[in-house]
Design a protein around this ligand. Structure first.
Ligand code: FNR
Length: 383
């Protein structure tokens, strides 16, 4: 239980707040991973096994955390990862998140399966945001979603490739996440008298919780059960490397392949002309038993050199983790759970506070290892 009077600062503070606010089935949906959750745990633990070199008596009176990601100027090399159904955690969650990201000077990524559609997210912020794609069997529908993203000003597409089939998330099965109707779950949460704050925060009686980018395909349904049927009939497990070319033909912006964990796959992305990759195991929600992202980063970054922008996600919880990942060869990092915990626990103000504290951590960490900018980070800063 978090002290109601204390001010949440870290990812873990917001996680505990989110646990207090959200109904169990939603908290577990965010918090959980696949199978025994080994990869989920190791993503976080492996960061703690890396140590930074403390170097002293350098002039660090001015420290600059600015950088660029995919050609876009950023206040620190961090982006918000795509998270499906974020708008279920707080009223119009994606809109609140894109505003907080813009205030922090970092990109926001909207998921294919976000609650707010691209048009609503665009209207909420002047700053361009990124769009994430899951390939659907109905390629015409994909073309139309990409066109909507382009019109909303997205110039960077994250194409997620580590969800050939959905991971087995046992917590979701226990909570009957996909087999019981959303309406049933909401009324049960209400009957139990728990989380009335969440029912208010999320605005159940306000706009519907359809998946805005897919609403035409889902015929306006608001139900997880329909979403599951949709996912099993539309998510395409037969996608191969040949489809990257198809995507190239239909997406003229920057293309980033998300969900790469092996050197040979990274080289293939490079050969196919992608602008970037995200070294990722989907936050431990897909292949349990896969290695942590941070343990895979150095070899991949070394193999692809500077031609391909290498981003990383999985287990990043604070500014120290960002510094470690950049030192090991990442251009920048993405966070998934931390931003969604902050939105669920504290809304836009919560996420702003978390990102502000994150940026201060990056700044202080650079200073304490004796350098004054992100670009000065090198491999030997990490042991
Ligand atoms: C995700 N992730 C994800 N990825 C994606 O490409 N499209 C999506 O819709 C989602 N949805 C989603 C929902 C939830 C609840 C979580 C926690 C994650 C994966 C996400 O983009 C990212 O890869 C991981 O979250 C990174 O790990 P951390 O930061 O959560 O440890």
């Amino acid at each position: 239980m978090i002290d109601p009077l204390s001010i949440p600062v870290t990812a873990d503070d917001f996680r505990r707040l989110a646990a207090q606010k959200l109904p169990r089935f939603l908290f577990d949906y965010i918090d959980g991973g696949a199978n025994a959750e080994q990869t989920l745990k190791e993503n976080v633990q492996d960061f703690t096994r890396l140590h930074l070199s403390q170097r002293v008596l350098r002039d660090v009176s001015k420290v600059n955390t600015r950088s660029t990601l995919l050609g876009q100027e950023v206040d620190m090399p961090l982006a918000l990862a795509p998270v499906g159904m974020a708008g279920m955690m707080r009223r119009r969650g994606e809109v609140q998140a894109v505003r907080a990201a813009a205030a922090a000077g970092v990109p926001f990524t909207l998921s294919t399966v976000g609650v707010c559609p691209v048009e609503e997210v665009k209207a909420a912020s002047q700053q361009p945001f990124w769009f994430q794609l899951y390939m659907l069997r109905d390629r015409q529908a994909v073309v139309s979603i990409l066109e909507r993203a382009r019109r909303a000003g997205c110039d960077t597409l994250l194409f997620t490739v580590d969800l050939a089939v959905p991971g087995l998330r046992h917590r979701d099965a226990r909570n009957a996440l996909e087999s019981q109707s959303l309406k049933g779950k909401l009324s049960r949460a209400y009957q139990l008298g728990t989380r009335p704050g969440w029912l208010f925060d999320v605005g159940v009686k306000g706009k519907p919780h359809t998946l805005g980018n897919l609403s035409e395909l889902l015929n306006g349904s608001e139900d997880f059960t329909d979403y599951k049927i949709f996912a099993s009939s539309q998510f395409d497990a037969s996608v191969t490397w040949d489809d990257i070319q198809w995507l190239r033909d239909h997406w003229k912006g920057k293309l980033v392949i998300k969900g790469i964990l092996e050197v040979d796959d990274a080289k293939r992305c490079q050969a196919l002309g992608a602008e970037g990759i995200v070294v990722s195991n989907h936050g431990g929600r897909q292949l349990d038993g896969a290695a942590s992202s941070i343990s895979k980063l150095p070899a991949i970054a070394e193999a692809v050199g500077s031609d391909l922008e290498v981003l990383l996600d999985g287990g990043v919880r604070n500014g120290v983790d960002l510094v470690k990942a950049v030192a090991l060869g990442a251009r920048g990092v993405l966070i998934g759970r931390p931003w969604i915990w902050a939105i669920a626990g504290g809304g836009e103000a919560g996420l702003r506070a978390y990102l502000d504290s994150f940026q201060k951590e990056v700044e202080a960490t650079l200073a304490l290892i004796g350098i004054d900018s992100i670009s000065a980070l090198q491999r030997d800063h990490v042991q």
